[in-house]
Design a binder for this molecule. Structure first.
Ligand SMILES: Nc1ncnc2c1ncn2[C@@H]1O[C@H](COP(=O)(O)OP(=O)(O)OP(=O)(O)O)[C@@H](O)[C@H]1O
Length: 493
């Protein structure tokens, strides 16, 4: 250990390669250099470590630092350029060290990597795995990738495998409330079940305080993309890192009322072409995400109006205003990053879900749309899936539902709206896309036949009404906002 430069520099002889490896850290990153050495910690801070191979790891990616005698283990999530993340565990022997200095080195590193970031060490985590989601690799992925990271970070795990549809709902409904996070190894369907289980928990509000963290192993992983961004949204390691280091972010959840029954929806409610695309291709699950493209093309060929009447309680209609609010929210959250903390808010004595604000017969101040519509899509969170950033300006906790009423227009105009822009949110700016933010909306079918999907699950094609509950649920997030970037109004929209 070099104490002349700083107690933040440590040399170990790696157990496997037998190379001398030098570790040092500053307030933002851990640097690991093997090969030739030494270097000064001052240089290290300026990213100029020695002449050996240098790896710089943001402290957020550091999971563990511990020792057994003079054998030191440091674990972190590494990444090579834009490739997926991976777990790295360095084990080596410290050649010369005073134990108390070594302990201080390890403890300071851990403190910077956890408490200084507002994160509790060794979270107690409930893991729910759907063995049948996506390509049915959830269990293998957990064993191979997820569990080693969580164990390395000394998380306490309580793992359940779902055995049937509705099982996650039951687990959530009776869940003990002393977990720091609920990890969902599946797609969006299981998130929907867990939130609805919380709604029927004997202490729903306290259940909703516990943050959820999705790990993308389903065929629809919209929530993971929304939290982690397109680059990391399918990266199991990045999602597991979010379990260890993510901070709670309050998010709105919607109540959907249909035939007097109330269901919670966290992501999307859709009738028309986009619903056909999702649930109308359920039998093509084997195609993976390609089934959505197939469904889209099929919908385009049919290109028929969806027989519904839409009404909504409008709050914002101007797209430039929405975009300005979206940008302001991101800038403010980034500026206040240091104040985000991973502690749960205190438990409440309140035992009931928030009551509904709007009755299904309320007509006061509702805007009615009678034009033929191709689809009606409401929801929270920018991405519905990899190929469609439907709600780029959606905010996690504004208490509003982003709502699109796509008028039936010529096929070429519609393709123009979607062509190339659907994945990056560009459709938002198209004049043919009617986009509002509403506190509630209602859809009345005008024909008995049609498809209706809620969070990607099939629902009856019957009248429904939706309203948002501001900040009801909690997710773990690396950023404190949805990780979708959308460009401002193009010069020609
Ligand atoms: N063991 C199981 N066997 C069969 N179905 C299950 C099991 N566990 C959960 N399910 C059901 O699997 C469904 C799909 O879950 P989820 O959405 O998370 O995965 P998915 O592969 O992304 O599917 P999709 O995107 O089509 O909803 C849920 O409706 C859930 O009720």
């Amino acid at each position: 250990m070099s104490d002349s430069s700083s107690r933040r520099e440590l040399r170990i002889r790696a157990a496997v390669s037998k190379k001398l490896t030098t570790l040092c850290y500053n307030d933002t990153e851990l640097s690991v250099t093997d090969g030739r050495f030494p270097f000064s910690s001052q240089k290290c801070a300026r990213n100029l470590c020695g002449t050996g191979r240098l790896v710089q790891v943001p402290l957020r990616q550091v999971l563990a630092a511990r020792r057994d005698g003079l054998i030191v283990e440091v674990a972190y999530i590494g990444r090579k350029k834009k490739e997926p993340m991976f777990l790295t565990t360095l084990v080596g022997t410290v050649e010369q060290a005073e134990e108390n200095v070594l302990d201080a080195w390890l403890e300071t590193l851990l403190h910077l990597a956890y408490e200084d970031m507002g994160v509790k060490r060794g979270r107690r985590v409930k893991v729910i795995i759907n063995p049948h989601s996506g390509t049915k690799k959830g269990v293998a992925t957990f064993n191979k990738t997820i569990e080693p990271i969580l164990r390395s970070a000394r998380c306490t795990l309580d793992v359940s495998h779902t055995t049937r549809g509705g099982h996650a709902y039951e687990i959530a409904k009776t869940l003990s409330l002393d977990y720091d996070a609920i990890v969902i190894v599946s797609g969006d369907g299981l998130v929907h079940e867990v939130l609805n289980g919380f709604a029927h928990h004997e202490q729903p509000l306290n259940a909703f305080r516990i943050p959820l963290a999705p790990i993308p192993t389903g065929s629809g992983n919209g929530l993971a993309i929304n939290l982690l961004g397109m680059a990391d949204g399918f990266d199991v390691c990045a999602a597991t890192l979010n379990v260890v280091k993510g901070l709670p972010m309050k998010v709105d959840v919607c109540s959907l009322t249909q035939n007097g029954k109330r269901t919670l929806s966290f992501m999307s409610q859709v009738v028309g072409l986009i619903a056909d695309l999702d649930i109308g291709t359920d039998h093509l699950r084997w195609m993976g995400e390609a089934r959505f493209t197939y469904g889209f093309l099929r919908g385009l060929i049919q290109f028929k109006a969806c027989p519904v009447q839409l009404s909504y309680k409008s709050v914002q209609v101007d797209k430039d205003d929405m975009y300005a609010i979206y940008q302001k929210r991101r800038t403010e959250t980034k500026a206040n990053e240091a104040t985000r903390k991973g502690l749960l808010e205190p438990a409440t004595d309140e035992t009931a879900l928030p009551p509904l604000k709007y009755s299904t017969t309320d007509e006061d101040g509702w805007t009615v749309v009678d034009k033929p519509l191709l689809y009606v899509l409401g929801g929270k969170g920018p991405y519905l899936g990899r190929d469609f950033m439907a709600f780029p300006v959606s905010l996690p906790d504004d208490g509003l539902i982003d709502l699109i009423a796509q008028e039936v227009s010529a096929r070429t105009e519609f393709l123009g709206a979607f062509g190339g822009d659907a994945a990056n949110g560009g459709t938002f700016w198209k004049s043919s896309v009617n986009y509002v933010k509403a506190s509630a909306y209602r859809v009345k079918p005008l024909s008995p036949k049609g498809a209706f999907a809620v969070d990607g699950e099939v629902f009856p094609f019957e009248e429904y009404q939706v309203e948002a509950h501001q900040g009801l649920a909690t997710l773990l997030s690396p950023y404190g906002y949805y990780a979708a970037e959308v460009a401002g109004r193009p010069t020609k929209a």
